[in-house]
Design a protein around this ligand. Structure first.
Ligand code: TXA
Ligand code: MG
Length: 343
């Protein structure tokens, strides 16, 4: 058991805390910090021992590569073999922000950080606390989402404390993550860029900047073919059985109303717009359909709440797949293990 120190944002201004953080990262210890997407569990990206510590703390398979977080665009050249003009355009437009780019890696990045791959994922987060921490420690941080492997990512201080108290040296409280879904992951090593994980920066937004189409492989489920190893593992799954319901809202209502198995351990996760229609069961509203960003930011919390309330059967009503809805539904489908009931 490690003695975990809990820090507030203000603590980062104290010299003695800054020294402790720098020392911890130098000694391959772990620091959990907020980003605009989800909380990250960070260690020195340039030291293989840190990567090992991260995999161990998360219980994560070692072939699932980590994202390297940097605090200045110029740093990319230190870790990437080459940066195309097109990739530069994306960096200029979307960084700092929730876009992760995959480059061919230089030797300085250990294979333990990249899960044995010859490529490295790099992201420049916009969250000021993340930026401040990166500045303080002075080294890039390898940081996957701060959740035990398989669990929903953490979007609140409470989530990271639940998963990692006693397992890391520091946890920084940055409040609720503003976006709440992990970054968009884009492979820029090919002539035509490939979307590996959808996020709040959409395929269309990327294509608009590039002025050319990209390939979408984010829905790829065949494990032989997956290019982003993270995509082949079970993700975001509460303990209960999750089923995605698709179809008209009337059909969904008829189905649930006539179901004999709904009890106090059955949950329905849906847009707040439908809450009143399903008053005969436990409803966990995500936010209004008119505010899909809010729905995105509440999704992982809601999935975690299923475990806290020990829900055994969890229904989720399909959400519109436009814009950020595409990334939301990508996570929902994984949480459901792709179990869908078409009504
Ligand atoms: O928003 C985020 O990206 C958060 C915050 C903390 O920055 N981080 C995050 O990390 O979501 P993680 O490890 O949970 O997800 C990283 C994803 C995984 O699906 C992984 O397989 C993929 O990025 N990835 C990382 N390096 C890769 C590489 N070299 N090639 C292909 N995919 C890669
Ligand atoms: Mg993750």
């Amino acid at each position: 058991m490690i003695k975990t120190k809990l820090l507030s944002i203000e603590d980062l201004d104290k010299i003695e805390i800054q020294d402790q953080l720098k020392q911890a990262i130098n000694q391959n210890k772990l620091v959990i910090f907020p980003t605009e997407t989800v909380y990250g569990i960070g260690g020195n990206a340039l030291n293989e021992c840190s990567a090992k510590a991260i995999y161990e703390a998360k219980g994560r398979p070692q072939d699932n590569p980590l994202i390297v977080h940097i605090h200045d665009e110029k740093e990319v050249a230190k870790y990437a073999l080459s940066i195309s003009e097109k990739a530069k355009r994306l960096m200029t437009h979307f960084w700092p922000g929730p876009l992760t780019l995959i480059f061919q890696k230089k030797d300085i990045v250990p294979k333990q950080t990249t899960g044995g791959l010859e490529t490295v994922a790099i992201r420049l987060p916009s969250n000021p606390v993340a930026q401040k921490l990166l500045n303080i420690v002075g080294t890039p941080l390898a940081a996957p989402s701060a959740n035990l492997s398989g669990k929903p990512s953490s979007t609140m201080f409470k989530h990271v404390k639940d998963d990692f108290y006693g397992k890391v040296d520091f946890i920084i409280d940055g409040g609720k993550s503003t976006i709440g879904l992990e970054s968009t992951v884009l492979d820029v090593t090919k002539d035509v860029f490939v979307l590996l994980r959808p996020g709040s920066i959409t395929k269309k937004a990327i294509e608009d900047v590039l002025n050319e189409p990209i390939i979408d492989q984010s829905g790829e489920r065949n494990t032989e073919k997956v290019m982003s190893p993270g995509m082949k593992y079970t993700h975001y799954k509460p303990k209960g059985n999750v089923i995605l319901l698709s179809g008209t809202i009337e059909h969904i209502k008829n189905y649930l109303e006539s179901s004999q198995t709904i009890d106090s351990k059955t949950a329905l996760i849906c847009a707040t717009n439908y809450q009143a229609m399903f008053s005969f069961m436990n409803v966990f509203p995500l936010g209004n359909l008119e505010n899909m960003d809010l729905i995105a930011s509440n999704l992982f919390s809601s999935l975690r709440e299923m475990d806290e309330k020990e829900m055994e059967q969890i229904y989720i009503i399909e959400l519109p797949k436009e814009d950020i809805g595409y990334a939301i539904m990508n996570r929902v489908l994984k949480a459901a293990g792709y179990q869908t009931l078409k009504l």
